[in-house]
Design a protein around this ligand. Sequence first.
Ligand SMILES: NC(=O)c1ccc[n+]([C@@H]2O[C@H](COP(=O)([O-])OP(=O)(O)OC[C@H]3O[C@@H](n4cnc5c(N)ncnc54)[C@H](OP(=O)(O)O)[C@@H]3O)[C@@H](O)[C@H]2O)c1
Length: 264
Amino acid sequence: MQKTILITGSTDGIGKLTATKLASDGHAVYLHGRSPEKLTATISEIKKVSKNEIIDGFVADLSDQDAVEKMTEQINMDLPQIDVLINNAGIFKSPASHNGKGLDIRFAVNYLAPFLLTKNLIPLIKKGTDPRIINLSSAAQSSVSGDALCSAVNLSDQEAYAQSKLALTMWSFHLAEILPNIAVIAVNPGSLLNTKMVAQAYGRSWASADKGADILYDLAVLEDYKGITGRYFDNDQGHFAQAHPDAYSEIKIDQLIRITRNLI
Ligand SMILES: NC(=O)c1ccc[n+]([C@@H]2O[C@H](COP(=O)([O-])OP(=O)(O)OC[C@H]3O[C@@H](n4cnc5c(N)ncnc54)[C@H](OP(=O)(O)O)[C@@H]3O)[C@@H](O)[C@H]2O)c1
C-alpha cells in the first residue's frame, strides 16, 4: 500500500538514504531541508534514482520556531494526511551554539523543533492509515537539565546533544501515552554511522549510514512493527531495549513537558 511519508532532515545522511529507499518502493515521500537549493537538488536526485515522481519537499531552518510554524502551516495546506512522520533532522556541532532566541541549538533542532512540528501535524497524522511517528534518538542520552534547556547554563556539544536526545526519547514515550491510536517509537539508528554529522563530531565512523536507513525503513513500513508504541529501539543491539532510566520517570517527563510548553 502506498504511504504518505514525511522525513525531516532528508537532504543528507540517514534521512536522505531512507527517503530514497521508501521512494523506490513507490511511496509518496515528502522531504525536508533547511536550504532550498539543496532540497530541490535532493528531490530531483531521488526522483531520478527511484523512478518515482511523487516526491516533494518543504523548507525550514529547524533552529527557528517561527520557520517551523510556517512550514507546518504549509504542510497542513498541501497534504491530506501523513501515514509516517520521521523526525530525523539533527545537529551535533554547529558554528552557532545558540539560536536567535538564545536556546542551545541542539535542544532547538533535536528536541523543540520535532515537538512543535509534531504537535502541529497531529491532525494530519490522525488521518493516516496505521500512523507511525519515528523519532531519532541516540545511544548518547543524558539527564536533562531544565536550566540548560532554558539556556540558563551552557553545555558542551556532547552534553547538549545527549540531553536533547534523552528529552526527545522522554517526549516520545509521553506522546505514545496521550495518542493511543498513533504508534510512536524512539530509535537509536546505530552509533557512529558514516554521515556528515559524525564526521564533524568524531572524525571517524564505525558503520555505514545504510544501517540507520535500513532500520528507519523497517520501522516506517514493515507489518512486524505495526502497533508497537512507546518503545525504544536500539539498533546497536538490533532490538527494542531500555532507554535511559529518566525516560520511565513520570515525574521527570511531566517536568520536561511543562518546561517545553513554556518554551514553544
Ligand atoms: N550518524 C549516526 O551515527 C547517528 C547516531 C545516532 C543518532 N543519529 C541521529 O540521526 C539523525 C540523522 O543524522 P545523520 O547522521 O544522518 O546527520 P547528517 O548527515 O548531518 O544529516 C542531518 C540532517 O539534518 C538536517 N539539519 C541539521 N540542522 C538543521 C536545521 N537547523 N534545520 C533543518 N535541518 C537541519 C541536515 O540538513 P543539511 O543537509 O542542510 O545539513 C541534514 O539533512 C540525527 O537526528 C542524528 O542525531 C545519528
